[in-house]
Design a protein around this ligand. Sequence first.
Ligand code: SF4
Ligand code: SF4
Length: 691
Amino acid sequence: MRKTWPIHGGVHPPENKQQSLRSPIRPAGIPAELVFPLSQHIGAPAEPVVQVGDTVLKGQKIAEAQGFVSVPVHASTSGTVIAIEARTVPHPSGMDGRCIVIRPDGVDRWIDHAGVADYTQEEPAALVKRIREAGIAGMGGAGFPAAVKLGIKPGTVIDTLIINGTECEPYITADDILMRERAGEIIAGVKILAHITKPKEILIGVEDNKPEGIAALQQAAAGTAITVVPFPTKYPSGGEKQLIQILTGKEVPSGKLPADIGVVCQNIGTTTAIYRAIVHGEPLIQRITTVTGHAVREAQNFEVLLGTPMGHLLALAGYEDGRAQRLIVGGPMMGYAIPHPQVPVVKTTNCVLAPTVQELPPPPPAQACIRCGMCAEACPVSLLPQQLYWYAMSKNSEALQHHHLFDCIECGACSYVCPSNIPLVQYYRASKAEIRLQEQEKAKAEHAKQRFEARQARLQRIEDEKEARRKARQQAAPSTAGSNTPEQQAIIQAAIERTQVQHTLSADPAAAAIERAQAAREGRSVADADPLETARQTVANTEKRLQVARDKLAQAEAEGSDKIEAFRTGVEKTAAKLQEARAALAALEAATPATTPAVPADDPVQAIIARAQAKRAGETVAEEDPVTKLERLLASTEARITATEEKIRVATAEGSDKAAALQTGLEKLAEKRQQLQAELAAARTQTAQES
Ligand code: SF4
Ligand code: SF4
């Protein structure tokens, strides 16, 4: 007999298995309605591939797996999809989940399907793919996708393939009766698994409270490399890690998987489903479910179509409504209550328990922990349940994780032995859910932070690229200029000078007028505007502004306003500008080659304006006598001297750097005045002698 290893802790609750083993497996038939939750497994829910109103065949895929850890869902009989909606699903919370609802047509017509003629000629990967497509998830209760467990990493050596026939939970006999009645299918399934995993040894672990099942398996496995290993009954020996330890003496480290220590473990029911998928091409659409408890007259095992409401099975088993204190999915240790009997059978439903109040009385009120330590003695994972309880009460997530809360298999052995009737396992379930939620929130926040940082980095990169391009353009600019031909450089220089002249002209109307006149004389092009017209316009505009300024001053004086001084300054400045504009206009007209009119005038500036207007009007202007002309030029020069002196005064007051240049201009004007005065005196003397 093969050696086995004991595990820590464990308990021996009443087994209550015999009542459901009195009769053989019974087909449950086709109910009036089938309900298929999209999440019957650990992992992402499947997504419907049918619509309301579609007709489907038995074995047809009605929902597709989403992601690696997920499995598809198949119709368990032919019929019509009548709804895709939320229905109550088997879950400890009693929650609703999305389901596909099918009304059977009663024909039970299969979709075309076929198995593999000789699986030994198939690659393991191809067989694993078929297992995945068949929608097989762990049928012992966990619902972990079988294909994921069998997707062994390349290079991993599997020492031991273990088939779990323990079924340690009280009341449940689905695996036991499968072993008794269909040992051949189980062994055929084990051989397929052995072909996929290539283990060094193959073990089927069965508790010694199932002698008929053990005998049937041993008979079916005779002559093969498969060893059936009976071992002493103790709850919860059926936990995956516990069974591995019992059969191999190896412990799966915390946070690791069995494959990490060279072990693959599959349930008896799952092994049978794999056999049917590979050899017959049938997806997982039915299973064996125990219906038991004192509230049913005939406890037994049913071969039931997935999606069948549990009430249908209870009715077949002679359920006496009102006798059960509650309906439980699973056993009394790890099971959970459901809110009503319309909850459907799914891939993991191994038992529907309808206990009477006498049979499973409600637990008495919890008392304070007396620190007896019995929970720690019972724990098969060697945890410290009372410590976990304290930390769960104080919501100390860090301490809970530090004390390996997630190694707890929720077997309920600690609650079972607790003399204070503390529902310890309920605290652990709630704490696990809370921590998972916190971690999801944390992951979401981290994800959002990473997205924000990535965005900032992207924006910074774009800015850096822009800056780099700008600098490159700057560096490229001088080298481009340097490559111009001398002719091009001359054109560029002329353009620059023109631009500078334009700026000067726009800044100083008088200088503009003079410059334009000189340019006209020299045949140069400075600007399109007529300089004389511009100068006249300047005078006219300045006269208007002066009038407005005088009006404002008059009004302010009449009102006794405190702005009188400001307006007066404005009038003075505008008057100075008008004088300046008039002088500029006079100088411009003097510099323009023309036949000047012999217009005598007391005011030389007015005389200049009159001559210009006569010329513009096309009138013939008489030649001026020398004295008159010199007087006009002298008056114009004196006006310019006055305007320049005013400019020097303003520039000096403002601290402008133009003062020096203006001073130089003033000195030249003074020389010119002196020269004109001398010429005028000579002209007058000559005129006097001639007369
Ligand atoms: S068995 Fe109950 S009373 Fe005893 S130490 Fe554990 S939690 Fe406390
Ligand atoms: S429920 Fe968890 S803590 Fe309690 S005995 Fe089982 S494994 Fe240990």
